[in-house]
Design a protein. Structure first.
Length: 129
């Protein structure tokens, strides 16, 4: 896979996460995901986090891409999320995702966001599960 294919895969991954799912065809079987405040998670733990987020929203989380840089096996994406929460509030956070690819699949993902905003928002709803 080349740089453009990796770029497209990274964008598709964000679309899927926004729907509360992970497309297994996009990720390596042993993918690791790093999130602030939690650290590195294996795929099953990250799936639980994505599902927990989905349970606190009334619909999909939309990511607006603000910038993307792809070089070799790495894709960096700046994005902003918007989702309606089950309590009627709007979740709006900023992100920087770094995806590292191996054999055309995401092998490592790092998700940087406003972790205080996320923690404060989800604490009001009882947490992510």
């Amino acid at each position: 896979m080349g740089t453009e294919e990796n770029r497209a895969t990274a964008l598709k991954m964000l679309e899927q996460i926004g729907k509360g799912i992970i497309d297994e065809s996009l990720v390596a079987p042993d993918i690791c995901w790093w999130v602030p405040g939690t650290g590195t998670m294996q795929k099953q733990d990250f799936l639980k986090l994505v599902e927990g987020f989905g349970a606190l929203t009334k619909g999909d989380c939309k990511f607006v891409i603000r910038g993307i840089t792809a070089e070799g096996d790495r894709v960096a994406v700046e994005a902003e999320s918007t989702a309606e929460l089950i309590n009627g509030d709007t979740y709006n956070n900023t992100y920087h995702f770094l995806f590292q690819f191996e054999n055309g699949k995401i092998r490592l993902a790092k998700e940087y966001n406003d972790s205080k905003y996320a923690a404060d928002t989800f604490a009001k709803l009882g947490g992510l599960g």
